[in-house]
Design a protein around this ligand. Structure first.
Ligand SMILES: *[C@@H]1O[C@H](CO)[C@@H](O)[C@H](O)[C@H]1NC(C)=O
Ligand SMILES: *[C@@H]1O[C@H](CO)[C@@H](O)[C@H](O)[C@H]1NC(C)=O
Ligand SMILES: *[C@@H]1O[C@H](CO)[C@@H](O)[C@H](O)[C@H]1NC(C)=O
Ligand SMILES: *[C@@H]1O[C@H](CO)[C@@H](O)[C@H](O)[C@H]1NC(C)=O
Ligand SMILES: *[C@@H]1O[C@H](CO)[C@@H](O)[C@H](O)[C@H]1NC(C)=O
Ligand SMILES: *[C@@H]1O[C@H](CO)[C@@H](O)[C@H](O)[C@H]1NC(C)=O
Ligand SMILES: *[C@@H]1O[C@H](CO)[C@@H](O)[C@H](O)[C@H]1NC(C)=O
Ligand SMILES: *[C@@H]1O[C@H](CO)[C@@H](O)[C@H](O)[C@H]1NC(C)=O
Ligand SMILES: *[C@@H]1O[C@H](CO)[C@@H](O)[C@H](O)[C@H]1NC(C)=O
Ligand SMILES: *[C@@H]1O[C@H](CO)[C@@H](O)[C@H](O)[C@H]1NC(C)=O
Length: 307
């Protein structure tokens, strides 16, 4: 399948998923990674789950190698202890499908060997209805600071490119807004502004600017498309890339995606973030502890898995 086609399908999938309100969604656990002992430990499926919205009627599909893996729905206690005795339901052939027919928490583990202890476990929350992540028409009172990836931050996600496409979907970026990239500081990662061609080809040797000290705040001071990638290893190819469209505040926004008061005069451009309260916002301060030590390993291991 051609890359363009793949991206087109992903984009359609993103839009389709986010727009649907009643239709059943299919969630393939871990996307391309599938269901296995995850290279990143138990953070892998936790991270994946955080990119999803599960609603009653949705289908959860576990894709794995028969014989090597299995999947059991278990209680919370069994999940916490990786206890595979008397699971609620055990499926041993792939694809293993679970219809999410009630609200609340669902717990799944792999029962083989020490798979669960090694991180083959998934906990999800199912809600009554699909909620469109498109922003509610809350009025903007000024420039907005967006934390890229929200609490997950800037990293390679199991969903690949899908994740940041989904994150950007439905958001309105206006001149004067700020993007904040949170990642592991030091020598582990970076964010680079690049051209469209470099974004599309994941070319890392022709960056416009490279920022290495997290958190990186980038003021969106021009209209048009803005492209960001990680220059480390193959992370861009694995999906650590973001493309957004920045509009001027006076442009009329699509009514579904923005408030009537969206015509913001981009007046307060100076240091909208650095000294603002967002500098110590909860998403950032919680991210490192949540992702913690598994993060680097996840990146490397996921990269190794795919290549
Ligand atoms: C993942 O593993 C860490 C360390 O072993 C543990 O503290 C955490 O509770 C685990 N998370 C889940 C969802 O099992
Ligand atoms: C399951 O995994 C196989 C092999 O990796 C892949 O060919 C197939 O498309 C996957 N199925 C789904 C539903 O993702
Ligand atoms: C595992 O679950 C079974 C069945 O619920 C229970 O009898 C057993 O005590 C549990 N084992 C541990 C170590 O919690
Ligand atoms: C599970 O769901 C997948 C994806 O929708 C589908 O292709 C497959 O036939 C289903 N398998 C079963 C046993 O229902
Ligand atoms: C489900 O949501 C409840 C309430 O928001 C939360 O306390 C709980 O930790 C969530 N469980 C999982 C598995 O995410
Ligand atoms: C980048 O990819 C585009 C297609 O997306 C192609 O036309 C262009 O030649 C590529 N540029 C480089 C430098 O490889
Ligand atoms: C960047 O690398 C590509 C291939 O890796 C090469 O074709 C291109 O000339 C390089 N560009 C610069 C500006 O060094
Ligand atoms: C990252 O490193 C830079 C320089 O070493 C430092 O100024 C910055 O505060 C660090 N950020 C975090 C979140 O530790
Ligand atoms: C726009 O922002 C970039 C990065 O923050 C900065 O380097 C550049 O000087 C700014 N340009 C203007 C015209 O303010
Ligand atoms: C930006 O908007 C233009 C025009 O609507 C569109 O063609 C382009 O694909 C958009 N780019 C991104 C990165 O969303």
């Amino acid at each position: 399948m051609g890359r363009e086609l793949t991206i087109a399908i992903l984009a359609i999938a993103v839009v389709g998923l986010l727009h649907s309100t009643a239709a059943q969604k299919t969630h393939v656990v871990g996307e391309l990674l599938g269901w296995l002992v995850p290279p990143g430990g138990n953070y892998t499926y936790e991270t994946w789950a955080a990119t999803q919205h599960f609603a009653v009627g949705d289908l959860l599909v576990f894709n794995f190698t028969d014989g090597d893996q299995d999947v059991a729905r278990v209680t919370r206690e069994a999940f916490n202890k990786c206890n595979s005795t008397d699971p609620i339901k055990l499926l041993t052939t792939s694809p293993a499908n679970f219809t999410l027919d009630t609200t609340g928490e669902y717990y799944f583990i792999g029962t083989k060997d020490k798979h669960c202890q090694l991180g083959q476990k998934l906990a999800i929350n199912v809600t009554a209805e699909h909620v469109s992540p498109a922003p509610s028409p809350a009025p903007r009172s000024g420039p907005v600071t967006y934390v890229v990836g929200d609490k997950l931050g800037w990293l390679v996600l199991p969903g690949g490119e899908y994740a940041y496409e989904a994150w950007a979907y439905g958001k309105t970026f206006i001149v004067g807004d700020t993007l904040v990239f949170n990642f592991v500081n030091g020598t582990q990662d970076d964010v680079a502004t690049v051209t469209k061609s470099a974004y599309e080809n994941c070319t890392t040797n022709s960056t416009i600017a490279v920022y290495k000290n997290s958190p990186v705040s980038i003021l969106l001071n021009t209209t048009g498309e803005h492209f960001f990638i990680s220059t480390y290893d193959r992370r861009c190819l694995l999906g650590q890339k973001l493309a957004i469209n920045v509009t001027s505040g006076s442009t009329v926004q699509p009514p579904s995606s923005h408030s009537p008061s969206g015509s913001i005069a981009p007046s307060s451009h100076s240091t909208p973030y650095a000294s603002g309260p967002g500098a110590a916002s909860p998403p950032f301060s919680s991210a490192p502890s949540r992702i913690g030590g598994g993060y680097t390993f996840l990146l490397i291991a996921v990269a190794a898995f795919f290549y």
